[in-house]
Design a protein around this ligand. Structure first.
Ligand code: PEP
Ligand code: MN
Length: 452
């Protein structure tokens, strides 16, 4: 039998089964709430979402895929970052602008170091649903359902807040749409205004040369603001974890001109570490859409499993289609990553290799706050680059939980956040994020590391 899927058994690869935006409903799924008190109200909201306009266009999504194809070839770098979980409460135009500005500043630093374009993707405009390690939370004598993201339930520790409410899906969609409008508006204001390094607080030897070369470019090319008009020109894209498949299904549309399906809720979607089962609904849904797909690869993944997932998720080996996002933890990366990278190199199909140095480096501080030490985050990125170089793979990207705000959620960095500082500005709705100073410092340190 001739098969383009050498790693699937029995001659009946998953991908030969008929796919529809709803075919995931026949498969087992994890982390999708099944406890809505009124399932009919949920079904009504799903129908309403299916009639709302697309958030992003197929054309933009294809452009991102092509840009990621360049990353897979080693000609560009990927920077993906934003909140662990967006929230209704923390949503302001200022916060969106600050996150965007930070991502652009980091991209300037990384571009300078690599001499290559940086593809910028936000964890933004749709990152609302969280898989949780425990379905419940206990405080004292009271146990309630865990908080699962603002599009499912609320953070407040009351039975009412923690009950899933479908109306939240509409509110999250509205906020995503408003966020995209803001991003497009800030982009029109100009790249220059958002990323101007003259306003950077960070003191790093690379800052001065970057300012000099930007000044040089300005005089050579004229005012860059005139050349960057709109989201397209800014090359900024959106992404979130495709966790709530009912919502993704509702936003997935057929493009008549090509006969292809695009999930129009974001340019890129990713599959989380807890929902990447080969026979599960999340992989089933993702195999049918044309968007670039991220796949979180944790310490438990073995090379054979990865190759099978590649067969299903990118059977045509389209460049830029698949972004592998390692998330091992600083102490496990050196042991777990080489065999995965060796497998993709031997396999030969194009993939982007990126590193998420956040999710394997979380611990609970003595005072009860969930946190991540800057040093461990940096260490995992360094291991990633070293392993990639040794395996002959392009260390293509960085995936971060970060915010433009001055929060105290991760320990250390130049701003030296201590355990006692954590309570000061701990604003995250889920995992601890790098603050603006820590994120920019990380970009400088990674840039330095990549140059050597
Ligand atoms: C996340 O990116 O917020 C997340 C939950 O990651 P992971 O699936 O890698 O644990
Ligand atoms: Mn997270």
């Amino acid at each position: 039998m001739i098969s383009s899927s050498p790693h699937l058994e029995n001659g009946s690869p998953v991908m030969n089964r008929n796919w529809t935006p709803g075919s995931w409903r026949n498969m087992p799924v994890k982390h999708i709430p099944a406890d809505y008190p009124d399932p009919q109200a949920l079904a009504r909201v799903e129908r309403e979402l299916a009639h709302l306009p697309a958030l992003v266009s197929a054309e933009e999504t294809r452009r991102l895929r092509a840009a990621l194809g360049q990353v897979a070839e080693g000609k560009a770098f990927l920077l993906q970052g934003g909140d662990c979980a967006e929230s209704f409460q923390e949503f302001t135009p200022g916060n969106v602008r600050d996150t965007l500005r930070l991502l652009l500043q980091m991209a300037v630093v990384l571009t300078f170091a690599k001499g290559r374009p940086v593809v910028k993707i936000g964890r933004i405009a749709g990152q609302f649903a969280k898989p949780r390690s425990s379905p419940v939370e206990t405080r004292g004598a009271i146990t309630l359902p865990a908080y699962r993201g603002d599009n499912i339930n609320g953070m407040g520790f009351t039975p009412q807040e923690r009950t899933p409410n479908p109306e939240r899906l509409l509110k999250a969609h509205q906020q995503s749409s408003a966020t995209l409008e803001l991003v497009r508006a800030f982009a029109r204001e100009g790249y220059e205004a958002l990323s101007d390094p003259r306003h950077w607080k960070i003191d790093h030897p690379l800052a001065a040369p970057i300012q000099d070369s930007l000044g040089f470019m300005r005089s050579l090319l004229g005012n860059p603001e005139e050349q960057h008009t709109g989201l397209d020109r800014l090359d900024f894209y959106t992404s979130h974890e495709a966790l709530l498949l009912n919502v993704e299904e509702a936003l997935t549309r057929l493009e008549p001109a090509t006969g292809e399906w695009y999930d129009t809720s974001a340019h890129m979607l990713w599959i989380g570490e807890r929902t990447r089962q080969l026979d599960g609904g999340h992989v089933e849904f993702m195999r049918g859409i044309q968007n670039p797909i991220g796949l979180k690869c944790g310490p438990g993944m073995d090379p054979d499993e990865l190759l099978r997932l590649m067969d299903v998720l990118n059977p045509q080996a389209v460049p830029g289609k698949l972004v592998l996002i390692g998330r091992f933890g600083a102490d496990k990366a050196a042991e777990r990553l080489p065999r995965l990278m060796a497998a993709t190199r031997r396999d030969g199909r194009p993939v982007v290799w990126s590193i998420d140095p956040m999710h394997g480096n979380t611990h609970t501080a003595a005072n009860g706050y969930k946190t991540r030490p800057f040093e461990r985050i940096l260490s995992e990125v360094r291991t990633f680059t070293q392993v990639a170089t040794a395996e002959g793979v392009h260390p293509g990207g960085l995936h971060l939980e970060m915010t433009g705000q001055d929060v105290t959620e991760c320990l250390g960095g130049a701003c030296a956040v201590s355990e006692a500082d954590l309570s000061r500005r701990y604003l995250t709705h889920c995992d601890p994020r790098l603050n603006a100073d820590q994120a920019l410092q990380l970009a400088f340190l990674v840039a330095e590391h990549l140059q050597t």
